[in-house]
Design a protein around this ligand. Structure first.
Ligand SMILES: [Zn+2]
Length: 357
């Protein structure tokens, strides 16, 4: 059964971690042996061959580049212009992967349906199929001015999460309390006029409320779990989940271990000792299904290799190919076959078809 994963920072891995994602995960790990510049070296879980093994025929792939003010504790670029240039390096990488036949950009219903057919065709082996990707921007800092959104739309940007971690140029992100500023509200209106998908992941509670009021178009939460299970502002409250369900949103379950199990201490806790398994993700799924009364609003938004590796991923996942363990795990937890299909790809597919109709 093919998978849609709605959150992968593929180009960030290529351009900032210097990973040639055409290689198998094992080879990338060998290449990084002994490197200490990032905490997740040699522990990566994602590559294009591993995505094919995962049957991830379609992913939402990000551009991501933060702007930071002098004195910020977060890593980032010192000007929006530099952040934009970094995001353009990332789009250039995606384009070279398209040229190489490794990936295929999906921007509308027609290209979407064609790509789904490719992955549903079992007469062709998966290892020869391109990974389809929908381009999303995580954090809007790199949009130097709002007019840059139109440039980005022209090269295929279809979704945008206005914030990431920290104070953003348009809206406050995780770890802050701020909502949208004046430009942020104009950005939302501009997105609306382009019929883009608004990703509410990483907005603050204030930002969430404002976005739901202002935005008229399709909304998803690309990589997001439940605050009732892991109490942190980065997660969704039950009320927020209810509002999202009413708006027809789909919530992608994230696999960053600290978002799965309560009490995680970054850099100290270990997945196995904390019981961070794929089954913990299903606890979050269950919680959302209880609120919704169905399994129509949960899906995959793994965020694997989003600046963390196996040290902070479910312990029963070695590479992203192990997402194929989910159908059995879901069945064991009582999910019907039709629900499993919805979770693996059907819910994202329904959402996209409705957003782009
Ligand atoms: Zn994120």
């Amino acid at each position: 059964m093919y998978i849609i994963d709605a959150h992968l920072d593929l180009a960030m891995n290529a351009m900032e971690w210097n990973r040639d994602l055409r290689n198998p995960v094992a080879e990338l790990r060998v290449r990084e042996k002994g490197m200490t510049d990032k905490p997740d070296r040699s522990r990566n879980t994602v590559s294009l061959p591993a995505l094919r093994e995962a049957k991830a025929g379609l992913v939402v792939a990000t551009q991501i580049a933060r702007y930071v003010r002098k004195g910020s504790a977060l890593p980032g670029w010192n000007s929006p212009e530099q952040a934009w240039a970094q995001s353009q390096a990332q789009i250039a990488w995606y384009q070279t992967m398209v040229d190489a036949g490794e990936m295929l950009q999906i921007t509308d219903t027609e290209s979407l349906e064609k790509q789904i057919k490719t992955w549903e065709d079992h007469s062709v082996p998966d290892h020869g199929k391109p990974i389809g990707f929908i381009l999303s921007l995580e954090g809007a800092d790199s949009l130097v001015k709002i007019s840059y959104l139109e440039k980005a739309y022209a090269y295929g940007l279809r979704a945008l999460g206005p914030a990431h971690y920290g104070e953003g140029r348009y809206a406050g992100g995780s770890g802050t309390e701020a909502g949208f500023n004046v430009s942020g509200k104009s950005l939302l209106k501009e997105m609306d006029s382009l019929h883009m998908i608004l990703d509410i992941t990483h907005l603050t509670d204030q930002g969430f409320k404002e976005a739901l009021d202002i935005y008229k178009g399709p909304i998803w939460a690309s990589h997001h779990n439940c605050r009732a299970l892991v109490n942190n502002q980065r997660q969704l409250t039950d009320d927020q989940i209810r509002v999202l369900i009413e708006r027809g949103a789909v919530i992608g379950g994230a696999m960053d271990a600290w978002m799965l199990t309560d009490g995680w201490i970054r850099g100290v806790s270990l997945p196995k000792a904390m019981g961070a398994s794929l089954n913990r993700l299903i606890d979050h799924y269950d919680h959302i299904c209880q609120i919704a009364g169905n399994a129509n609003h949960i899906a995959i938004g793994s965020d694997l290799d989003g600046a963390f590796g196996t040290e902070q991923s479910p312990f029963d996942l070695d590479t992203i190919a192990d997402l194929q363990k989910l159908p059995d795990l879901l069945s064991q937890r009582g999910y019907e076959k039709s629900d499993v299909k919805q979770i693996m790809h059907g819910n994202w597919l329904r959402f996209l078809k409705s957003a782009w109709k």
